[in-house]
Every structure is written in structure tokens, then in C-alpha cells.
Design a protein around this ligand. Structure first.
Ligand SMILES: [Fe+2]
Length: 317
């Protein structure tokens, strides 16, 4: 859907009169729910929170199946993971991974989804995880943290507008390819570096690929530092992303499912403290989706049958 006018300028937290603006009550009619999500997420503001799903009352395995089945009506769930460790419903939970080494350097091999630290703003498709370019990313809250762990969103279209108005030269540079380090999600036999512009026009819309940490560390792989003029453009982008007035913070309750247009909206997370009882610890189910425009996805049951569950793997420390 081609969007014009104010919608293309993006939102800020002040755009929403209240949280209810972007909350969507759960319906067991998943086809109906998907139609509503399509309107609100893909053709609307770029995200929505489905509230009141039964995921909080389920076993973890059942929550994975439920997430894949429910969201399979919105798009095609994409495989996450590598080798024998693959899943359509990826578990986002603290498995002792730190995103930073002891000297506070970003730890490029870590799955940040398996940590409990603060997560910087990014979108998942920036690293083309496991060879996929998701259109949507959904996070279903199975268990919430004892404290913290809220999602933080920034509209990439708003960032694009600000750069267009205040730093057009930086925006031009950010529309040229940058290397992105994807060591942690490289498919078998493929390059650990992908090249892509941060902003590009596609299908009449601005699309975003943004992961500043992973662009920073990509130089270690290419052997070439990013030229000063491109580095300056990244710094301009970093300063816009740091503006608190652009950040929408959403605490997710058990059963809430955050659905994001990953081509548009950046996401991050506040750090959290977990319960001492292992059974109560924070656990989200992440589903990545390909949502072809206008395409009716196949019946969701197909995905339940194809599901390969996340297996315990050695922690990448
Ligand atoms: Fe992410």
C-alpha cells in the first residue's frame, strides 16, 4: 500500500493519545486477527500489541506452537537458527549470554536474544539473520521478567524525516551500502558480512536496515575501516536515535504479542532482573514472518507440522 502525507512522516510517542491506540484485543479467530494486524502493522503505524492471548497459561513448547500457528495467518514463519538448532518459534530468554565482554566491548558473536542486558535499537533484517529478510518480527510474551525488560520502539520513518530535514547529506550517505557483521547468524557456507544501505526506497516506501553495533564491528571482518565521511553520517544517525522523545517504551504483560514491521520500526529493550525461580523467568517467543503484499498465507497448521523446536545448544560466550 502506497502511503502519503503525514503517515510517511512517521510517529513519535506523542502521536498516540494513549496506549490503547496501539493495543489490539486477542481474538481466537486468527484469520480475523491477522486481517486487523495487516491493517494496523503493515498498512498503518508499523506495530501493534495483541493483548490477552493465552500464552501465559501454556507450557513453553505449547506457547511456541501457539505463536507460530496464530501468526501463520499474517505471513510465512521463517526458520531461525543454524544446523540442528532451528526453530520457527525462537526462545528469547536469558541463557547467560552477555552482549559485552568484560572490557565493555560489544561481543559480536553473542546472541543478544539470549541475554538480559539492555538491547540497543536495531531491526532484525539488518543482519539478514540465518539468511532471512523478515518483513515482520513478533514477540509473544510467555513469561515476563521480575523487573524491567520493556520493549523500546522508534519509527524509522520519523528518523528518516528528521535526517531529510536537518542532515540531507548524511541521509544521502546512509543510502549507500554499509558492511554489517552477522557472525552470530551466518548461514552455513555464507559470508559473515552483508552489505546494505541503512535507508532505501522500495515499493514506494522507505525501508530501513539499521544495526550500528554490527556496522561498527564489521571493519574487523572486511579489514577496511569505514571512511570518515560515512562514519560521520553514522554518528549523525546515532545522535538522532539517542533522542529520548522518539522512544516509545512498552512494558509487555504475559500473553501480550508485539508485532513489528521490521522494514520500518526499530526495536530495543531495557535491561531486566529475573525471578529466582527458573520456571518463572522471562521468556518470549520470537517469530519472523515474510508477508508478501496481498498474498494469503497458507493455513497455519502447515507451520505447526513443520515446526522444529529450539534445542539446547552450548552458550556462545
Ligand atoms: Fe531484534
Amino acid at each position: 500500500m502506497l502511503m502519503t502525507g503525514d503517515a510517511l512522516n512517521g510517529w513519535t510517542p506523542q502521536t498516540f493519545a494513549s496506549d490503547t491506540t496501539f493495543r489490539l484485543p486477542y481474538s481466537p479467530d486468527h484469520a480475523l486477527l491477522a486481517r486487523r494486524l495487516r491493517t494496523e502493522v503493515l498498512d498503518g503505524r508499523g506495530f501493534a500489541v495483541v493483548t490477552g492471548t493465552p500464552a501465559g497459561t501454556m507450557s513453553t513448547r505449547a506457547a511456541q506452537e501457539f505463536a507460530t500457528s496464530m501468526l501463520g495467518h499474517l505471513g510465512e514463519p521463517l526458520v531461525q537458527g543454524r544446523g540442528p538448532d532451528t526453530s520457527l518459534g525462537w526462545l528469547v530468554r536469558d541463557e547467560g549470554v552477555s552482549s559485552y565482554t568484560d572490557d565493555r566491548r560489544f561481543h559480536e558473536n553473542a546472541y543478544t536474544s539470549k541475554s538480559r542486558g539492555y538491547l540497543h535499537l536495531h531491526n532484525d533484517r539488518a543482519v539478514q539473520p540465518f539468511g532471512q529478510e523478515p518483513d515482520c518480527v513478533a514477540l509473544l510474551t510467555h513469561r515476563k521478567a521480575m523487573r524491567g525488560g520493556a520493549s523500546v520502539l522508534v519509527d524509522g520513518w520519523t528518523v528518516h524525516r528528521i535526517l531529510r530535514e536537518s542532515s540531507p547529506h548524511a541521509l544521502d550517505l546512509l543510502s549507500t551500502p554499509y558492511p554489517v557483521d552477522r557472525r552470530h547468524v551466518t548461514p552455513q557456507g555464507e559470508s559473515p558480512v552483508v552489505w546494505a544501505p541503512v535507508f532505501e526506497q522500495a515499493d514506494g516506501r522507505v525501508q530501513v536496515r539499521c544495526n550500528l553495533k554490527r556496522i561498527e564491528t564489521a571493519g574487523e571482518l572486511t579489514g577496511e575501516p569505514i571512511p570518515p565521511h560515512q562514519r560521520a553520517a553514522l554518528e549523525t544517525l546515532r545522535q538522532v536515535l539517542a533522542r529520548p522523545e522518539l522512544k516509545l517504551t512498552i512494558p509487555l504483560e504475559e500473553g501480550d504479542c508485539l508485532v513489528i514491521d521490521d522494514r520500518r520500526v526499530l526495536h530495543g529493550r531495557t535491561s531486566y532482573e529475573d525471578h529466582s525461580d527458573a520456571a518463572r523467568r522471562r521468556c518470549l517467543v520470537r517469530v519472523m514472518l515474510r508477508c508478501a503484499p496481498g498474498a494469503e498465507p497458507p493455513a497455519a497448521d502447515v507451520y505447526a507440522a513443520r515446526e522444529v523446536f529450539h534445542l539446547v545448544r552450548p552458550i556462545q560466550a
